[in-house]
Design a protein around this ligand. Sequence first.
Ligand code: KIV
Length: 260
Amino acid sequence: MHTITSIKNSKNREKLVMITAYDALFASLFDEKVDIILVGDSLNNSFNGQKDTLNISMDMMIYHTKAVMQGAKNTFVVTDMPFGSCIDEKIALKNAIKVYQKSGAHAVKIEGGKDKAHIVKALTQNSIAVVGHIGLMPQFVRLEGGYKLKGKDDKDTKRLIEDAKAIEEAGAFCIVIEGVTPKAAKEITEAVSIPTIGIGAGIEVDGQVLVWSDMLGFFDEFKPKFVKRYLEGATLVKEAIDKYSKEVKEGKFPTSEFSY
Ligand code: KIV
């Protein structure tokens, strides 16, 4: 199982594989098969059917993180600090200590660049391991009026590099880069000495993360360009349910094989 040091040391050596998980069952399926499991606040979309991540609470994150920790016994687990949980150092510290103590997660992830560096510093100075998250930040969706690709020009790339450096300097051991042009993601990755984990950020980063329900095809309403489906989960589930339903209706299940 990874430690913060081994994650940091993977830079320029080995690509990091991260996947989200929201419950014990799927976490147990991913356990030891990936480097890091992220209890992302994306669970509010893909698990709770909400339209964005903004109304998930700290208590909901703790509930799901505790479940994931039950399933992922041998994998490094990072949990998201939800919207509104890090508005100042004191509140962020209180919330991060709560999730650390109640769930046993190994690290927390905070969305934000330079403007959140003081929060990252407050947490790391108090022994809480932090993963940064820059580029497209879903918690800013309402402020920005949608999910917008970042790093499209030199000026924005420079800003993202400054964000990454500020977070690194504040003590983060890793940075998620979301929704950024491959060129900008490469430049950010070269500018910092901690690993970058991309999502919709091209290949020239230190690792990749995908939302499990997207990459296994369980969420089939919409597929962003950066998502590769490694399984057609929704199709398989719907076919299986149709078959079960038909067999029950037709009196074909359970046969003696499935009866006491
Ligand atoms: O919430 C989440 O799942 C995330 C990933 C998309 C990186 O932050």
